[in-house]
Design a protein around this ligand. Sequence first.
Ligand code: GUN
Ligand code: FE
Length: 422
Amino acid sequence: MNGYLILHGDIVEAPSFGKLNCVEYGYLVAKDGRIVGVYKDLPEEYEGQPVTDLAGSIIMPSFCDMHLHAPQYPLLGLGLDMQLLEWLETYTYPTEARFASNEYASRVYYAFAKDLINGGTTRVAAFSSIHKEATMILMDALERARVIGLVGKVNMDRNCPDYIREDTAKSLEDTEQWIIESRRKYRFVKPAITPRFIPTCSPELLDGLGKLAAKYNIPVQTHLSENSDEINLTRALSKEYAGYWHEYAQHGLFTEGALMAHCVYSDHMERSVMHERNVWAVHCPTANMDLSTGIMPVRRFVYEDINVALGSDVAGGAAIFMPRVIISAIRASKRNWLATARNERCLNMAEAFYLATSAGAKRLGYGGGFTPGDPLHCIVADDQRMCMADEGRSLRERFERLIYRMQPADITHVWSEGERVK
Ligand code: GUN
Ligand code: FE
């Protein structure tokens, strides 16, 4: 990590929404783990420094997965003939309950962290389960694998089976202890307040969580307007329903930087409050398709200047590898284009790639693309196995094909927070 790192290859980055910067056989220079810049020609001052030649590969920023459930990793690809509420009861809660065992948690979480890095995801906003100790094990596993970001101990105290329901006071007590311990212990992963969703959280619990978020100045992550049955249930449970967002807002949980997964059914009012308060939408297109929830109109959020990032929502979405989520986002947006009488333009590759890299990175405090001064988060992927790879395609075309076709094995190098991890 000390000294210069100079990568020489085809470089692609999406510094802002819709902008793809392609530098053919250029140089990405880092010093002491931090980005210095991207150059077409190597500036004189770096001549004589060792250069890593990556001809035939594409260098790009690593992925940010801004919504996923770590304890659901063993469930990946299971039960997806069901819809959300049935899937939670049948598959998710029983699986998450197993994280009462630290031994089980270790086995899953170390594999999970390894697979994230292997697939080029170095930054996340992850849900854990209700268990305080298992949540610390998840943070350990991510920290050691050098996956950066937010982790949340889940809170839930109603409308769920006894074996996974928390006592309200104990839930808040555990959460506060875990915040204090994890802040002391970890450098790369930070706690996030994580009420599961409105149906499983009592007003008392939400109130306590809002107070903890304010007391420790901690971001919030949760689910918002994902599924029609969930929304109907939320409405039925509310004393004075003024929109899904308001169920969080009245407890201080709809605040600057909060990450709201899904937003498939967010109406105009909900979106305008999101915009006003800089609440983020996390688009999870694979999960929206796999759990038959609906199509999130990403373009509308973008038009309205609401921050959007991408999430896999493992295991509601049956893929942990972010290129699959990028492709899903593009496909879902094409469906939305048709559904809006061709009014809301679909996402193109540059836009979807931005959502999977720079958007989440910005939420976590980095710049977009390869911003000078940022710790290096970067992957190198080899596209030479593609059919007729040497046919003289432009870098932009090779990049597009790679995102559609790549597999984790095509990723030959990964840097996270300035250090080589694959
Ligand atoms: N809403 C509440 N819990 C969950 C979950 O685990 N996954 C998804 N997709 N939605 C949820
Ligand atoms: Fe989720």
